[in-house]
Ligand binder design. Sequence first.
Ligand code: SF4
Length: 244
Amino acid sequence: MATPEAELQRFGPADAAWLAAHAANASAEALIAHVLSDRAWGRVAVVSSFGAESAVLLDLVAEVDRRVPVLFVDTGRLFPETLAYARELASHLRLSDVRWIRPEPQELARVDGKGLRWSYDPDGCCAVRKVQPLARALLAFDSWISGRKRFQADTRAGLAKVEADGARLKINPLADWSPEMLRARAAERRLPPHPLVAEGYPSIGCMPCTTKVLPGEDPRAGRWRGWDKTECGIHTPPGSEPAF
Ligand code: SF4
């Protein structure tokens, strides 16, 4: 008997390779337009943290279709500025289907009842507050678009524009964009910046796990500073999340 996950299987590595080959020389705009308009790629969502560099991807998506579902994981630990920015940017771009995804209350109470799991088990905290809520939300979709870029960290240097992500495809239209390209597009389009960028936060996650970054540091150096952790887990292979 097929598992629920197997029943949802729409795409695999061969599909990712096919789309990657066709996207190799495509602009981000063209890749986004193709994925959102060609029904072959199924139900597509955009996943956004409404962080420091989220505006450009969301603007590119809005140019194609403002009704595309945008999944925003509100971990319960985000900066108030991020919550306000999510509302501001969604309104500015007239995105009509931003979905605030939250942890499941009973699971959160069981795993992180005191709200301090981040301080001794950030992987477990990310799992219950980010990875699992997003995984549940993505069950309704066949493909998703992420805003990751290669320049953001050494761990992302080899990022492909298209990846197989379990049962789905994950598309990274901005993978080969530089900081200069992002700044130019944001300026050209007069996109509102996240207010914390001007205060020294080039990468913005949850409040307890984000610090300012010094000149010359990796843009993500302020994330989980002091821990041997560089990703929250939503971009690691399915099945590798911690179990409780
Ligand atoms: S970034 Fe920190 S607070 Fe947010 S979910 Fe992960 S460990 Fe928890």
